[in-house]
Each structure stands twice: as structure tokens, then as C-alpha cells.
Design a protein around this ligand. Sequence first.
Ligand code: GLY
Length: 433
Amino acid sequence: MKKCLLLGNGGREAVLAEQISKGYTLYAIMPYPNPSIVEYVQQSHGTYLLGDPFDKELVKKFVQEQGIEACVVSQDNLLQEGLIDLAKELGLQTFGPTAKGAKIEWSKTYALEIVEKIAPEMVIQNRAIASQEELEQAIAQYKDDSFVVKPEGLTGGKGVKVGGIHFHGKEEGYQYAKQCLQEAGRVIIQDKVEGREFTVMAFTDGEHIVVTPTTFDYPYRFEQDKGPGTGGMGCLSFENGRLPFLEQSDIDKCAAVILDTIHELNRESLEFSGVIYGGFFKCKDGIKFIEFNARFGDPEAINVLNALETPFTEILEQIHTKTLSPETCKFKKNYTFTVYVVSPNYAIKSSKEPCEFTLNTKAILEKGAKIYFASTKQIEGDQYVSVGNSRLFAIHASGKTLEEARQTVYQAMENTMDEKLSYRKDIGEMYEH
Ligand code: GLY
């Protein structure tokens, strides 16, 4: 069996580990033992190393010692730091863009420049700001806080702030934009538009794409979409791969922009393969582009990879041989549903205090749901502890209806969640009939 290295340690990597371990022997380098990744490494008779996945010498040594043949990276900062470039230099089969290809995510101005060329009608009126003077002029154009501030650089999905939601009043928006400008030397000010956000991800071998089921993410920390933005508190997808407010023609438009973008990025050499994430808005006057990410979304990866009918490792082979096509990459006709569980302080205040909690994994699995650990390590038995300030673990289920998938998740969470833990109880509610 092919030996495949996975770098990264979130819930997204937990589901990637599950999928890779079904067809390859899984190897991992991670800073702490993520219980899901450890389990899948062991199931596939691989090996993991506790260490820094950014340490290129360490990665190189591990690859050579273990005879690793393939590498999967889907964590934004590892991509930006060129871990796929390193894997390519070592002759590995790769899934993920080079650092140059990943620029599509960490430079919002670069992404906008590309989409302006390819599909100008999808671009929301914006200004790329590089000086204090330009910033003052841009903000002066607005009567109120109907604008969006988009920082340059990686922000883990949490940097974009919308007027009237994340900041209130022009002055607060201006101060945030000024801070972004000082930190990165550039910031984008964009008109605020009304619409519904959705995500279209696509596998790509660098020439072709296969669109995955469209997902709907719940980025806000609290129920009724209140509180600060997060990496995502829950996510769902529908059996037909569409969301109820979308037409197939909407998704086709997004797919066309994604494909043209891949061709633009790969014009000179193969900078981009793996998966691309497109964030879009459905507005009264059509589909608008929000952003690209050079990786799977998290939790979106949990939904989409659980919807796969074709084994993920077959997709990795198709990407390697550049034979990816919708005929050979299939999805099940299922609804998928994921809820993230976090510590009470998550996205509210940074706390150095680890959050210790109990989790009866057996009871959750017996109720038909799956668990994907993220920033958590096991102490012993049912005792776990948080690592850092990120999301702790995700509970996932698929079903023949949305209600079935939703109930499986929430029923599995009944009486199994430590009182200390926090999660949204309204995921999927807006889609109830
Ligand atoms: N859930 C949003 C992201 O991964 O960027």
C-alpha cells in the first residue's frame, strides 16, 4: 500500500486521515497527538511523529526514513510555508498547492485581480488600499458602515469584518481597517451586499475540476447567527449537491470561475492541485465572489468527504495521473450534517487555561454519529483536554433526509456533552420545513 504523509492537526485533517487510511498507509507529523489521527494511523499500520510540521528538516528526514510516497496538506499556513513545494522536491505525489498557488488564499488582492479578469460581473465594488490617505478617502465614500474590511494575509477565516455585524459605525470600521493596513501594508474595503453565502469546493488535478456538494457553513459563534465570526460552528449539505436557494446554473457559474482560475494559476507550471474553496454570495443581481481558499474548509471537509462514494485515495490517484473527471469521482445522494464543539471561551476571549472535559465516545458512536477530534488531546480513558484556543471536536452524521442527519447528531450529543462545553443547537434550523 502506498505510504502517505498527512500534515496538520484539525478536524479537517481528522477526516482526511480517515479517508487516506482506507486506501493507503497513513503517516503523520503533528504537534500533539490528535486522537482521531492517531487512531487512523494505527488502523492503517502507519507511524506518527510528534513534532513541528513546519520544520522542513524534520519532515524531510521522516519522509526519507519511512519511505513515504505521497503527501496531503490542507492547512493554510503549511501551504503558505511551502510544505507542498518540499514534498514535490522530495519526489512525492502531492495533494495541495505550492506556496505560489496558495497565494490565491493569503492575498485577497491577488484573488480579486484574477476574478476581475475572468468574471468582472461577479466582483463586488472594492478598493485595494495601500496607504492611510487611500483608506481615509475610501471610508469617506460611505454614508454609514455599509462596508466590509478584508485584511491581507491568512486569518483562518476570521479576519473579514462586516459593517453592522462585526463592527458598528464608520469609525469602528475605519479603526479595524487601519489596524489591518498597519499589520499587512494592504487592506481591501468592499461594499456590503445583501445575499446568502455558500461554498463551492472542487477537486482539481491542475487541468480538470470536479465540483463537490455545495455546503452551507454557520460561521457565527452563537445561535441566531449572533456573536463573533469563527472558523465554523456547523455545516450541512444536501443530497442533490445544491442548497435550496441555489439553481444548478448558479453552481455552474461558480465552477466556471474556479476552472478558469486554476488555469490562470497553472499557466506557467503546476502550482495548484488538490482542492480549491470558493466562497460566494447569491444576491438579487446574481452570484458574487467573496474569496478563494487553497484548501478544504473546516468543517466543510467533514461534510464533503463523508459524501464521497469514490474512495478518496482513488481521487488522489486521479489527481496524480491528471485523469480527474465527474464520471470517476462520485458522491453519495445523502444529506450531511456537522456540529463543532468548543470551549466556552472560544472566539470570545483568549485563555491560556486548558479546558479539561469528559467525553463518552462509545455512547456517541453507538448512536450512529462520528467524532472528529481537532484541538484536543486525550488524557486517559474518557478524559480529554484542549490544546490552544481552537475548536475541540466535531460530531457528524449523514442521512437520507436533513432531519435524519440532524437528529442523529443532536441525539448523540444528548447527555454526552460535558457541561463545560459549548455548541450551537440551531444548526440546520433555517432549513426546517
Ligand atoms: N469554514 C471556513 C473555512 O474553513 O475557511
